[in-house]
Design a protein around this ligand. Structure first.
Ligand code: NAP
Length: 259
């Protein structure tokens, strides 16, 4: 299927690996020129080169922390008028809410709520004026079914989701959609990191923990960044123009509810 976005320009935040990289690669395959971001310059440049070689699109890198005002300004300077914005950043650490201070909360809210809101604020009016825009916020299945040890994520991402629910209805008339894409367990460095920690806690090897976890999942496996990227690219396509303010859960059937 031709997604109808060839020649468009996209910002993909936090995209040197994992889910962000999957989104960047799929947009590039559709002929979208990219500005990609992450903090570690060497990994980011390696990913950019991989995408250029695979697709031939223009890929510009901005190695910076996107959760800071300077970081966001640098990304926007590299692409002041994007047609597509994929909001993403690292997730907050797990823990017990009794140990979290105001600083922990501010950091999580900055990364997973205010940074996407700042990107929306900086780009949505231009998109509406030009008559086309797609904004996808990578959040988490925790928006639908909270994960107890990820209280910082549950809270910050729910804040973003509530904000987007309001404005997404104001932009669609002008060709701009804003949706959330909610990953369940995907086989990325982040998932491997949390699994290694759980393995240590449970006195199991990483492989035992991973295999038990996958076996307990309805799909019998974790998702791949490639599958995630394909869904993200579809949400950015011309075919998804009548879909806004939605929270698309992609978790291989893990969420047990009917609705
Ligand atoms: P990942 O494989 O660890 O990749 C994270 C990417 O984000 C890397 O490119 C990293 O590069 C970049 N990054 C992190 N913090 C950044 C920052 N402050 N500024 C710019 N770039 C930053 O993680 P992932 O699994 O793709 O997760 C992406 C998001 O989805 C996270 O918010 C995560 O919590 C959420 N999520 C993931 C899963 C899952 O199963 N994988 C499930 C639910 C939610 P640098 O470190 O070099 O900056």
């Amino acid at each position: 299927m031709d997604l109808g976005i060839k020649g468009r320009k996209a910002i993909v935040c936090a995209a040197s690996k994992g889910l962000g990289k999957g989104c960047a690669m799929h947009l590039a395959r559709e002929g979208v020129d990219l500005v990609i971001n992450a903090r570690t310059a060497s990994e980011l440049e390696a990913t950019a080169e991989e995408i250029r070689n695979a697709t031939g699109v223009k890929v510009t890198t901005v190695a910076i922390d996107v959760t800071t005002p300077e970081g966001r300004a640098a990304v926007l300077k590299a692409c002041p008028e994007p047609d597509i914005v994929i909001n993403n950043a690292g997730g907050p650490p797990p823990g017990d809410f009794r140990e979290w201070t105001r600083d922990h909360w501010i950091k999580a809210i900055d990364a997973n709520m205010l940074t996407p809101i700042e990107f929306i604020k900086a780009t949505v009016d231009g998109m509406m004026k030009r008559g086309f825009g797609r904004i996808v916020n990578i959040t988490s299945s925790s928006v639908k079914a909270p994960i107890d040890v990820l209280g910082l994520s549950n809270g910050a991402r729910s804040g973003l989701t509530g904000f987007v629910a309001g404005i997404a209805r104001k932009t669609i008339k002008h060709g701009v959609t804003i949706n959330g894409l909610l990953p369940g367990p995907f086989d990325t460095d982040r998932l491997r990191g949390t699994m290694a920690a759980r393995a240590r806690m449970n006195n199991r090897s990483f492989e035992q923990e991973r295999d038990m976890s996958a076996a307990a999942h309805p799909a019998g496996r974790f998702g791949t960044a490639d599958e995630f990227g394909a869904m993200c690219a579809f949400l950015c396509s011309v075919h998804a123009g009548y879909m806004t303010g939605q929270n698309v859960l992609m978790d291989g059937g893990q969420y047990p509810g009917t609705y």
